[in-house]
Design a binder for this molecule. Structure first.
Ligand code: GAP
Length: 455
């Protein structure tokens, strides 16, 4: 029986659990934090790695997709060719009273600090004429390469990983001998100097993307667009996303280079938001890089003897935003019955993160039921053995019920307890996080058991 909270309660609870259990910390917290930047704690980094690893396996362990890892700093002409220097900006307005800066197209979502009126929507101050005219603010972070800070040494922190793929099209195709259709995938950091950061990990200034660019014959673009749309939706479902919480959102207004675009949206506690975009980018990017670099980026089909610039079907997911979506999707509270020491029964709220076992940061908690009769030694030896393959956690402190609760809050799918029966028949109990049911298993089968459940 799930106990549903109000939407803002849930966000606050997730933010607080993230800090308490070591998923997410504010960046540079001891200095007051840095807006729009976050650090992944011990559990967070495992969850993030598991998400990226599942994506990588899904997307690159295929005959027709290769992986790369391109540099964050790239030649500045890349961003002229891509259109980012000219177009990658948001309209910005300043409030003349509170001096706050806002995205002009999202005023109804932002709070204005005007007159110290907490929670006053910026759109109200706009209507009252308290704002400047909108001007364009480029979202790319600029820095300098080498010791001289002059315009000729200016470079940008990449705002997307996609361009590192386009500029390597010839290198990857030639070195891997791929034929069209084929794709190139990469996972990496991207940076955007967002005017207003928002909703915890949803819109940050530093984040990670998981992008794949699939190069196709222009005549087959629609077929591949539909194919990747379905593949990407299924990936989220296969890793435990609730079907009611994800949906497609078709774009009515397309970017100047796009022929089709659809978002996969997730229902966060604060509302629906994009977690991934699937785009038909036509031949825009490859043609622009050909034009700006003077190097031909084309494909020659030896069978049809056709030469053409491939179209690109892009799948672009945020790793950080998917992390947040998987965390929200997993979060649950339920009322359970608790037997007290005097035999009476009361109820308590159990907080549980119902991650898919492959994504869960810790795969198993291992406990001795009591700290005597050699149970600790057996539990330690199980832990040492499992740790060679899985991230597991040993715990011998407090009542077993409390140890279960602590693991439920981290999303650990299995808890293994060594008890008096173990001493006689080498079996242990395995308790399942979601159903809370228990089964007995021979301890020398544990590795194989966990492998079959978490792969
Ligand atoms: N190459 C295409 C591209 O970058 P995008 O829609 O701007 O497209 C793709 O970004 C994904 O990157 C989004 O769906 C989102 O998951 C993630 N993303 C974009 N901006 C972000 C931000 N400021 N903070 C966190 N994630 C972001």
């Amino acid at each position: 029986m799930s106990n549903k909270n109000t939407k803002s309660d849930t966000t606050e609870k997730i933010v607080s659990l993230s800090k308490r259990r070591g998923f997410i910390f504010q960046s540079s917290e001891i200095y007051g934090g840095l807006n729009g930047c976050y650090d992944y704690g011990p559990l967070g980094v495992e969850l993030l790695r598991n998400i990226k690893e599942s994506w990588w396996r899904e997307m690159t362990y295929r005959e027709n997709v290769e992986g790369i890892d391109s540099s964050i700093l790239m030649h500045p002409r890349v961003w002229e060719a891509s259109g980012h220097v000219e177009h990658f900006s948001d309209p910005m307005v300043d409030c003349k009273e509170c001096k706050g800066r806002f995205r002009a197209d999202q005023l109804d979502e932002s709070d204005c600090g005007n007159k110290g009126f907490k929670g006053r929507k910026a759109v109200k101050c706009f209507e009252e004429g308290k704002f400047t005219e909108a001007r364009n603010f480029n979202l790319m972070f600029k820095t300098h390469i080498g010791p001289l800070e002059e315009s000729s040494s200016a470079v940008y922190l990449r705002p997307e990983t996609a361009q590192g793929i386009y500029v390597n099209f010839n290198n990857v195709r030639e070195s891997s001998r791929q034929k069209i259709p084929f794709g190139i995938a990469q996972i990496g950091k991207a940076f955007r100097n967002e005017i207003n950061t928002k909703n915890f990990l949803f819109r940050t200034r530093e984040f990670e993307q998981m992008e794949m660019q699939f190069f196709v014959n222009p005549e087959e673009d629609s077929k591949w667009f539909d194919y990747w749309k379905e593949q990407r939706y299924n990936w989220f479902i296969n890793y435990g996303m609730d079907k009611d919480k994800i949906k497609f959102h078709e774009h009515e207004k397309l970017a100047h280079y796009a022929k089709a675009a659809v978002d996969i949206e997730f229902e966060f506690p604060f509302g629906w938001g994009e977690i991934e975009g699937i785009h038909n980018r036509t031949d825009f990017d490859l043609k622009r890089h050909t034009e700006f670099s003077g190097k031909k980026i084309e494909y020659f089909d030896d069978q049809t003897k056709e030469r053409f610039t491939p179209f690109v079907i892009e799948t672009s997911a945020g790793a950080s935003r998917s992390f947040f979506a998987f965390l929200c999707n997993a979060y649950d509270e339920e009322e359970i019955k608790k037997e007290n020491s005097d035999g009476s029964v009361s109820s308590e709220t159990r907080t549980v993160l119902r991650f898919h076992p492959s994504l869960a940061p810790v795969k198993a908690g291992i406990f001795p039921l009591v700290n005597r009769d050699g149970m600790q030694d057996i539990a330690h030896s199980i832990t040492d053995d499992l740790r060679k393959t899985f991230n597991v956690f040993y715990d011998d402190s407090g009542a077993v019920g409390r140890r279960y609760r602590r693991q439920d809050e981290c999303g650990t799918p299995f808890c293994i307890t060594v008890d008096s029966e173990t001493l006689t028949d080498n079996s242990v109990t395995v308790r399942h996080r979601d159903s809370m049911e228990q089964e007995r298993i021979q301890k020398d089968r544990l590795k194989e058991y966990l492998k079959s459940k978490t792969d």
